[in-house]
Design a protein around this ligand. Sequence first.
Ligand SMILES: [Zn+2]
Length: 131
Amino acid sequence: MSDFDRFCAGTALLLGAVLLVFGAFVAVRWSMLLGMYPALVGWGIIQAVRVSWNAPLPEEPPVPVDEAAFSLTAPTLLAELVEVDGCTRLRVWCDHCDEDHYHGPAPGHREAHCTDAGSPYWRDGYNLAVD
Ligand SMILES: [Zn+2]
């Protein structure tokens, strides 16, 4: 929980406590029915803060999103950065198709661009490592 989250939780807790006490005061002093509403709202805020304070933190993703993802089952092919029609691409030589396949410029796992289902890359694709 960040400092801002703690600040917001503390402010909400304070507001909830004020509403709860105010509701109790109104209920005792004037009307039970009228005091019940702010007291219930205050109690609800306090409960929400309590539940969120005790909630487990979200798990970190297994692979950081700012890093390339590689498949452990797919082979790794060496690719090189090239310019194609003004766009930077990764060019990889496919020894099955006997031709180059082009992909986006970031290294990592890719679906194979082979058109033949008999390609060894058909099922798991391949990882591209930049030369
Ligand atoms: Zn291919």
